[in-house]
Ligand binder design. Structure first.
Ligand code: NIG
Length: 398
């Protein structure tokens, strides 16, 4: 069945030319886009939807979340707003609550969070383990996530659990835990930061996970300068996330990964502005990264400790208002940038997945319409409920 969506006042495609089309139309057929062009030239379809001049853009690609959790950390948030600084130790509170939750409750909580993200325009979402931190609970988190979200990342190396020696725990992550999660995950990540995993421990985790065939991501340079970016570059990670505290060398190293030429994507710098607000960290130097030639992504980092929001619209508005991005750059980072960070910016014949994060013939039909005439309203009217309609893989989900 073909659906024609017509009279899209401004259609931001993010395809090769990053084109913005006026008075455009699209045809969705099954899960794919089969036609895009001027509304005046649109072909006939089985049904038509009149966008009434509203703006259209790709659904958000949220490439960094931690959604498999139970429990509540409101008190920690309030203490932080009263002046305490963020300590990764709060992760242990969520680990305890997550381990105590049954499979049914954990799944229900995850489904509710993914539905909330979809209602905000997110059509492709990654999530991580990392609140299990033993073999059985990490495997359970990975299995539950694999049944719900688009991409799953193994983050056994999130925090050294209470009672463990850090090196012994790293051995567990690199051995039995990795084996147990392997069937459910495509990615591995490590929190390389003072108070979490050292550079050496992080290197061991990345090496073991790469050897197991997983793609790599790194939590790096979040709370202070560190080795996360250098390690991500050394291992050819798809993304290094947070990137708040970067040296000139870090920026140069990331830029260097983007010089290999077309078809060889480098390490994406993923910015998480909602987290930076909630932890009162400096924003990442997104302008500097872009000017150096680094591709950036914007993601929500939805998690109970540092960023309890999945609103990509909020992240886009914040990055424009606070990080010096133009609206077009921010929207690109939250769509195509996220897809690049997940290596889904192109289709994959091996697993039959279509490209996401941009609108072009053959790509997955992930579209959102705003209750506004242009994408600029996302930052011009921050905090307003602008998402009007959402199609995910050709199906209307809102
Ligand atoms: O990305 N930085 C590490 N992990 C999360 C925080 C997790 C938590 O505090 O529960 C983050 O900010």
């Amino acid at each position: 069945m073909a659906i024609l969506i017509t009279h899209i006042g401004e259609l931001t495609t993010q395809d090769a030319g990053h084109a913005v089309l006026r008075d455009a139309a699209m045809v969705l057929e099954g899960e794919r886009i089969s036609w895009i062009g001027p509304a005046s030239a649109a072909p006939a379809a089985d049904t038509a939807y009149d966008a009434g001049g509203r703006a259209g853009l790709p659904g958000w690609v949220d490439s960094h979340t931690h959604l498999v959790f139970a429990g509540d950390r409101t008190a920690e948030f309030e203490a932080r707003m009263a002046g305490e600084s963020y300590a990764a130790g709060g992760i242990a509170v969520t680990v305890e609550a997550t381990r105590a939750a049954g499979d049914y409750d954990l799944t229900r909580l995850l489904l509710a969070r993914v539905a909330e993200a979809a209602s905000g325009g997110t059509t492709y979402i990654e999530t991580k383990t990392g609140y299990g931190l033993d073999v059985a609970h990490e495997a359970r988190s990975a299995r539950i996530a694999a049944g719900v979200v688009d991409e799953v990342t193994f983050l056994g190396a999130h925090l050294v659990p209470r009672g463990w020696d850090a090196d012994a725990y790293t051995d567990l992550v690199c051995g039995p835990m990795l084996d147990a999660v392997r069937p459910f995950v495509r990615w591995a990540d490590v929190f390389c930061e003072t108070g979490a995993f050292t550079a050496d421990q992080s290197r061991r985790v990345l090496a073991a996970c790469a050897a197991a065939g997983l793609g790599l991501r790194v939590h790096g340079n979040q709370l202070g300068p560190g080795h996360g970016v250098a390690l991500a570059v050394e291992f050819g990670a798809a993304s290094v996330d947070h990137v708040n505290h970067l040296s000139d060398g870090d920026v140069d190293a990331l830029a260097g990964t983007w010089h290999a030429g077309p078809g060889r994507p480098g390490t994406v710098a993923t910015c998480l502005p909602a987290c930076d607000l909630s932890t009162r960290q400096p924003f990442p130097p997104a302008r500097r990264l872009l000017d150096a030639g680094v591709q950036i992504a914007l993601a929500s980092n939805c998690n109970p400790g540092t960023s309890y929001t999945s609103s990509m619209g909020f992240c886009v508005a914040t990055s424009v208002l606070q990080m010096g991005l133009t609206v077009h750059e921010a929207v690109r980072a939250a769509t195509y940038g996220g897809a690049l960070a997940l290596r889904r910016h192109v289709g994959d014949d091996a697993d039959g997945r279509r490209a996401v994060g941009s609108l072009a013939v053959g790509h997955r039909a992930d579209l959102q319409l705003l209750n506004a005439p242009s994408a600029a309203h996302l930052a011009y009217r921050p905090g307003m409920p602008l998402v009007h309609a959402v199609w995910k893989a050709g199906t209307r989900v809102r």
